[in-house]
Design a protein around this ligand. Structure first.
Ligand code: SF4
Length: 293
C-alpha cells in the first residue's frame, strides 16, 4: 500500500501552552519537582514526558494541604480563591495564566460592576467545570450563568440586560449563533436589546485554525487528528475536520491507529489541537510511514 503523509504546519501548541511548558521546564532544570494545579496541558503523552522531569499534577484538595512550597498555575488561569489559599499556605506561585485569559478575567470583572448597577446578568458561553470557566466565574463570586449551547439559553431572563463572554477556546461560529438566538429571544419578549452586549473573547490562536483546518481536511483523503480526550478545543477542532471529511479519526496515541482506515493511494493529513505537541504529530507520521511500503 502506498500513502502520502503530511503534517499540518498550523497545528501544535498555542502560544499560551508553549509559554507555560517552557516556564515549567526552566524551573525543573534547577529543581527536582514542581506541583501544577491541574494538568498543564490536556495531553497524556506530553504529561508523561514532563512527569519524568519532575512535574506533578495536583488537585485542589492536595493544594490545600501544601505548605511553604511552589505552586504552578497553568495557562487556563484560576479563580481568586486559589490565590487566597496559596497565600494562606505560604505557597510561592509561578503564574502561567495565559495573557489572553488574564485579560478576559479582567474584562469580566470590570464589566460585571457596570452590569450590576443596571440589574443585569453575566453569561459565560463555555464548558461547565472547565478550569478557564471556573476562573472566570470566580472573578464575580460565582454570580454568572454558564451556557454550553443554544439549548441552555432558556434559563436566562430576557427582560433584563445581558452581557455575554465566551471561553477562549469555543467555536466562534457557534458563539455567534448562541448570541443571535439570545438577541432574538430578547426582541420576542420585548426586553432591552440595547443592553445586550456581546464580547468577542474567543482566542485568535484557536479561531484562526478553523478555516485552515477546513481546507486541510478537504485536501486530504484521510485525517488523523491527534488530541487528548480532555481537550476542549480538541473536540471542537476535530468536529471542524469531520464536517469536511468523513474519513477523519481522532486519536490520543499512535497505538489507536487502525490500518484498515487507509487504502492504497490515500493522502493522509495529520493535525491536532492547541494542546498537541509538534513532536507527537511527527511521531504519529513516523508510525504511519510503516504502512506505506
Ligand atoms: S488557546 Fe489562546 S487563550 Fe487559550 S492558552 Fe492558548 S493562546 Fe491562551
Amino acid at each position: 500500500m502506498k500513502i502520502t503523509i503530511d503534517i499540518d504546519t498550523h497545528s501544535g501548541f498555542c502560544y499560551g501552552v508553549v509559554r507555560a511548558i517552557e516556564q515549567a521546564e526552566r524551573y525543573l532544570e534547577k529543581n527536582s519537582e514542581l506541583h501544577s494545579l491541574g494538568s498543564i496541558v490536556h495531553n497524556s503523552t506530553e504529561i508523561s514526558r514532563l512527569k519524568e522531569k519532575g512535574l506533578k499534577t495536583i488537585n485542589y484538595e492536595q493544594m490545600s494541604k501544601m505548605r511553604d512550597s511552589v505552586l504552578f498555575i497553568r495557562a487556563h488561569g484560576e479563580p481568586p480563591s486559589s490565590y487566597k489559599i496559596a497565600e494562606e499556605n505560604n505557597l510561592r506561585i509561578i503564574d502561567c495564566t495565559c495573557p489572553v485569559v488574564l485579560k478576559l478575567q479582567e474584562r469580566v470583572k470590570a464589566n460585571y460592576k457596570e452590569l450590576k448597577k443596571i440589574g443585569g446578568q453575566l453569561v459565560i458561553f463555555g464548558k461547565v467545570g472547565h478550569a478557564e470557566v471556573n476562573g472566570l466565574v470566580g472573578q464575580v463570586d460565582g454570580d454568572a450563568t454558564i451556557i454550553e449551547g443554544i439549548d441552555h439559553i432558556h434559563g436566562l431572563d430576557f427582560k433584563r440586560p445581558i452581557y455575554i463572554f465566551s471561553q477562549t477556546t469555543k467555536d466562534p461560529e457557534i458563539y455567534k449563533k448562541v448570541c443571535n438566538a439570545i438577541k432574538e429571544s430578547i426582541i420576542n419578549e420585548g426586553g432591552p436589546v440595547e443592553k445586550f452586549k456581546v464580547f468577542n473573547t474567543t482566542c485568535g490562536q484557536v479561531s484562526s485554525r478553523h478555516p485552515h483546518l477546513k481546507e486541510f481536511s478537504r485536501d486530504h483523503s484521510v485525517i488523523i487528528f491527534v488530541s487528548g480526550k480532555e481537550s476542549s478545543n480538541g473536540k471542537i477542532l476535530f468536529d471542524v475536520c469531520l464536517k469536511e471529511n468523513h474519513r477523519s479519526y481522532k486519536i490520543e496515541t499512535k497505538e489507536e491507529i487502525n490500518p484498515e482506515w487507509f487504502m492504497d493511494g490515500d493522502s493522509v493529513g495529520i493535525c491536532g489541537a492547541t494542546s498537541t505537541p509538534k513532536w507527537l504529530l511527527e511521531d504519529v507520521a513516523d508510525y504511519l510511514r510503516q504502512f506505506s511500503l
